[in-house]
Design a protein around this ligand. Sequence first.
Ligand code: GAR
Length: 204
Amino acid sequence: MADKKARIAVLVSGGGTNLQAILDAERSEIIKSGKVVVVISSRPDAYALERAKAAGVPAHTVSKKEAASQEAFEEGITVLLDKYKAELIVLAGFMSILSESFTKKYERRIINVHPSLSPSFCGEGFYGLRVHKAALERGVKVTGATVHFVNEIPDGGEIIMQKAVRIRKGDTPEKLQKRVMREAEWKILPAAVEAVSEEIVSKR
Ligand code: GAR
């Protein structure tokens, strides 16, 4: 039954392909223990907002740029999380670091997808294409994606799932980003969302 499902808020900042993977997984019942009830973007122009609307999910913007402070930004998000009674917060291409007071409030209730094998190419400054550029510059032969719980250490929370992806000759950051998304992120993020949702529901 729908009200037995964990209520999920997805936080985004950009294209929203990971959000799409979650919405598709919900439709195909790969995610059966959770339901996306709201999408919150830190940018008004994020294409992810269109994806939410197309799926009939309420979509809101809390602009990071226009917020007077980090506190005000997080307060704007909290108001929406409360309004939609969110139980699980999924960071899917959300490009803001959340403060300790925010992450403490939602302990083991926030998960993030990161486009590398943690602890490589993680932490402040490693986001989006920069991660793949750093991996190629270092010459690693294997990279991948990680889904982890979010705590006060950027990309430092407990790992939930990882998937490796091979580097190929001729890879550019753009090519690698697409392959890591397709082969790893879009698979492990929905799987982790289901696993954590199931845990939330089982504890009720
Ligand atoms: C994804 O590759 C995601 O892992 C990464 O940004 C991209 C967002 O794409 N996130 C980070 O780098 C966070 N540290 P999307 O908007 O299409 O899902």
